[in-house]
Design a protein around this ligand. Structure first.
Ligand SMILES: [Zn+2]
Length: 268
């Protein structure tokens, strides 16, 4: 199913809301996040932050931090990048743990998982094939590093490529994370409670075809998602390297921020 068809399937009256209430703007919310925040993407993250922050206010954004992106070297406490993270956190940016390395180096059981790992994520679904113990170890280590850097508790985790295996789901609850999200919902891993539901808009920069389909989806998203109680917008470092994507992101953020309350994940 295409992403547009998948979104359409989950739009509007599937929420069970009476049509008369669907137009109430007060219930409409927007959550904006910058993914893959790591030292190797410092310039791209700066540009996304400048663009999104100018529309929503920096203090309403979330950053998804990867402690050791593709095992190229973990973020060092005390480094300029770590100090920048702490500075953003102090201004109110919500810091969310986003895997350990982001790279899927697990061997996958079952053809469905092998297919998802290979085709949906280009090897980026780190938490899809991990055992409970391995997921637990990476969550604990990643959280300790991020908490050390920002000097505050970290309570939210979002898996790379939004993919969670059974081991990851169990470990998240055990480790005491109270917020996680996948493509369609935000939930509390400790209680299993659903905190919010709504689609994610993201752009892809990997090929011209993907860029074109991202741009197309962004143009129909305002009408298609108008009735959704929550819309999430996820920005990736690669977006900052394609001018047409940055223009589309600006327009999309302006539209949704104008029509919705911009919220933090912690407020959901
Ligand atoms: Zn990511």
């Amino acid at each position: 199913m295409s992403s547009i068809a998948a979104i359409a399937k989950n739009t509007g009256t599937s929420t069970g809301e009476p049509l008369s209430r669907i137009g109430e703007a007060s219930a409409r919310r927007l959550a904006v996040s910058i993914h893959d925040v790591a030292p190797g993407f410092e310039g791209e993250v700066d540009r996304l932050m400048a663009l999104a922050g100018s529309i929503t206010g920096e203090h309403r954004l979330a950053m998804l931090v990867v402690p050791d992106h593709w095992r190229g070297g973990a973020i060092q406490t005390g480094s300029p990048f770590a100090r920048q993270l702490r500075c953003w956190s102090d201004t109110g940016v919500e810091m969310i743990l986003h895997g350990w390395s982001h790279r899927d180096d697990a061997s996958h059981e079952g053809w469905k998982n092998r297919l998802r790992a290979k085709h949906m994520t280009a090897g980026e679904g780190e938490f899809l094939g991990l055992s409970r113990m391995e997921a637990h170890a990476r969550l604990t280590r990643g959280r300790a590093l991020l908490e050390d850097i920002i000097g505050k508790p970290v309570t939210a985790f979002i898996a790379p490529a939004w993919l969670y295996g059974d081991g990851a789901r169990e470990a998240l609850g055990e480790c005491g994370f109270s917020i996680a999200e996948d493509h369609m919902r935000v939930w509390n891993p400790m209680t299993g409670e659903r905190l919010a539901q709504g689609p994610v808009i993201s752009w892809a920069s990997r090929s011209r075809t993907r860029i074109a389909s991202s741009l197309l989806f962004a143009t129909v998203a305002p009408a298609l998602l108008a009735r959704q109680p929550l819309v999430r917008i996820a920005l990736h470092p690669g977006d900052a390297t394609v001018p047409s994507l940055m223009r589309s992101i600006e327009k999309t953020l302006q539209h949704f921020a104008q029509h919705r309350e911009v919220v933090r994940y912690a407020d959901l």
